[in-house]
Write a protein that binds this ligand. Structure first.
Ligand code: GTP
Ligand code: MG
Ligand code: NA
Length: 343
């Protein structure tokens, strides 16, 4: 069995720290360059196994023993601002698993609930990252990257305070129909949502967050990630005219492969377009697609899961959120055209 990278969506209320968390993992500074510090687009970036290994440290040993080792992760950053419901849904619909980011001092907020509904309606499993632990009043900064150790180093009153904040989340989730617990108390990861206290700012808890996430993926999502007999399929995030490239679409390839000589079949407002890509462009690992440090690289083929750019003059008018199909021959073109027309 060959499993692909899981697509991990990061969702949550505005300013809970979604982009900061990804910056911390990638070693990037995307958040600092956003207008007003607000995310306004869906982003995507590839985290190679090397990065996950480095981040998890000794916790990676156990993950490495799995028969279904994930070949990296594709993370999707979404905006938390209330006006971007459609972008959150788009991010959620591409996701295999999600990180729901909650500000530890604020608890559940309106777009936390909204994000949860998106995950619920699509049956996307998730873990809760209880972020900004460094902002808990009286929290003592420590050197360790592991939250279990950092908690031990806090005064008893701070430990109680954190426990209370965790139980507030457990209470809220229980009203919404979920059983949850601090990850170090979870007995059955299949039936309980794991809550991982973290600080995107200091990085504490990120090793545990990633190892819980990867562990869940390797254990419970193999079937979904297995690429055997999966039809190639993507989702269009954004369509825009770019200097030097012309019309482009940012796409997440969810399953299968796309080659430059293949045809893409995708809906426009009132037509189906069939076109061959002028170019397939892949961002560098760890680069955020919407704010890359390096140029995208032209490639002959892309394998799922991946965020990439297609250049083609025909893409004008394609609606973001549309499913993109990949056809190898005229029969497949006819099949997918019919499928889109019947939707
Ligand atoms: P939107 O995408 O706009 O919804 O926001 P976001 O969830 O991506 O949050 P973002 O990363 O923009 O962080 C919001 C603010 O919180 C920024 O000023 C961050 O520096 C700050 N922040 C994020 N994580 C932490 C943390 O762990 N500790 C502290 N102290 N500040 C944090
Ligand atoms: Mg953001
Ligand atoms: Na923000």
């Amino acid at each position: 069995m060959q499993i692909r990278q899981p697509i991990v969506a990061v969702l949550g209320h505005v300013d809970s720290g979604k982009t900061s968390l990804l910056d911390r993992i990638r070693g990037t500074g995307v958040q600092g360059r956003e207008a007003g510090g607000i995310t306004q687009h869906i982003g995507a970036s590839f985290l190679p196994t090397e990065t996950i290994k480095e981040m998890c440290g000794p916790l990676y040993k156990k993950l490495e023993q799995s028969e279904n080792k994930v070949p990296g992760i594709l993370v999707i950053d979404t905006p938390g601002h209330e006006v971007f419901t459609n972008l959150r849904s788009r991010g959620g619909s591409a996701a295999d698993i999600a990180i729901l980011v909650v500000d530890v001092n604020r608890g559940f907020q309106p777009q936390t609930n909204e994000s949860l509904k998106i995950l619920q309606s699509r049956k996307v499993p998730f873990v809760v990252a209880l972020n900004k632990c460094d902002q808990i009043s009286g929290w003592r900064k420590s050197e360790t990257p592991f939250i279990t150790q950092a908690i031990k180093e806090q005064d008893a009153s701070i430990q109680t305070d954190l426990d209370q904040k965790i139980y507030d989340v457990v209470g809220t989730l229980s009203i919404l129909g979920y059983k949850s617990e601090a990850f170090y108390r979870v007995e059955d990861f299949k039936s309980e949502i794991a809550i991982v206290p973290i600080s995107a700012r200091s990085g504490v808890g990120v090793p545990e967050l990633l190892s819980v996430l990867v562990g869940l993926t390797q254990q419970y999502l193999q079937k979904r990630l297995d690429q055997d007999e999966k039809e190639p399929r993507g989702i269009v995030l954004e369509v825009k005219d770019e200097v030097g490239l012309g019309q482009t679409a940012n796409v997440i390839l969810i399953d299968g492969s796309i080659k430059k000589e293949n045809s893409i079949v995708v809906a426009k407002r009132d037509a189906v377009i069939v076109t061959k890509p002028k170019a397939l462009l892949l961002p560098k690992p760890l680069d955020e697609m919407r704010d890359p440090r390096d140029k995208f690289k032209p490639v002959p083929q892309i394998d799922a899961a991946a965020g990439f750019k297609i250049a083609s003059p025909e893409l004008e008018g394609v609606l973001p959120g549309s499913t993109l199909y990949v056809a190898k021959n005229t029969e497949e073109i006819a099949k997918y055209t019919k499928l889109i027309e019947s939707e």
